[in-house]
Design a binder for this molecule. Structure first.
Ligand code: ITT
Ligand code: NA
Length: 196
């Protein structure tokens, strides 16, 4: 079954493919941008799924809507001692302050707890659904990377680990990530649809 993933971020697509590797779901990137309203991850994901679905259907009028399954995903990094910043501003902050800026803001602060959260929005023409996943961890004191991962990965150390996500092989990250947890919750739902 094909899942059309509306995103401009190829890294998300690669990870989704890896996470769903041994399943019946095949992820395909759909480069249809959607307006990102300022709101919760859930609100953005819901709006995006419906928006991308409608755009896709209007561009592909001959497609019967029975088999079109659209997913989008909105993610963020929430740092406790920065009152959950950058949170829903993660995209903008990554492009402006970047990881260096985040490390500067935290300075030598010892309270470095943070979590990543992903919310998947799903729409197949019937009901808009969301599924979320998180992973807890800490912000490192400096950037550490072996060239894996993207964006905030080089400053995020998942709980119980010594390495940042950017020091882990793709399979290691995707075994424990926020994205993995969100996709597993999503998979439970769509598995149950096809068993009806
Ligand atoms: P879309 O086209 O899917 O919206 P995006 O890159 O804009 O892609 P988000 O708004 O969901 O994605 O992500 C907010 C920021 O968090 C953005 O800078 C991402 O690169 C970053 N991010 C998302 N998932 C991440 C992950 O697993 N590891 C590190 N950074 C991540
Ligand atoms: Na985005």
């Amino acid at each position: 079954m094909k899942l059309l993933f509306g995103t401009g971020n190829i890294n998300k697509v690669k990870e989704a493919k890896l996470i769903l590797k041994n399943s019946k779901y095949e992820v395909e990137q759909l480069k249809i941008p959607y307006p990102e309203l300022q709101g919760t991850l859930e609100e953005v994901a819901k709006y995006g799924a419906k928006y991308v679905y409608d755009e896709y259907m209007s561009k592909n009028e001959k497609i019967s809507n029975e088999n079109v399954s659209i997913i989008v995903e909105d993610s963020g990094l929430f740092i406790e001692s920065l009152r959950e910043f950058p949170g829903t501003y993660s995209k903008y902050v990554q492009m402006t302050l970047g990881n260096e800026g985040i490390l500067k803001l935290l300075g030598t602060c010892k309270k470095r707890n943070a979590y990543f959260k992903t919310v998947i929005g799903y729409y197949d023409g019937k009901e808009i659904k969301t599924f979320s996943g998180t992973v807890e961890g800490t912000i490192s004191y400096k950037m550490k990377s072996n060239g894996y991962g993207f964006a905030y990965d080089s400053i995020f150390v998942p709980k119980g680990c010594e390495k940042t996500f950017a020091e882990m092989l793709p399979a290691e990250k995707s075994d424990i990530s926020h994205r993995k947890n969100a996709f597993m919750e999503f998979k439970r739902y769509i598995d149950s649809l096809s068993n009806e």
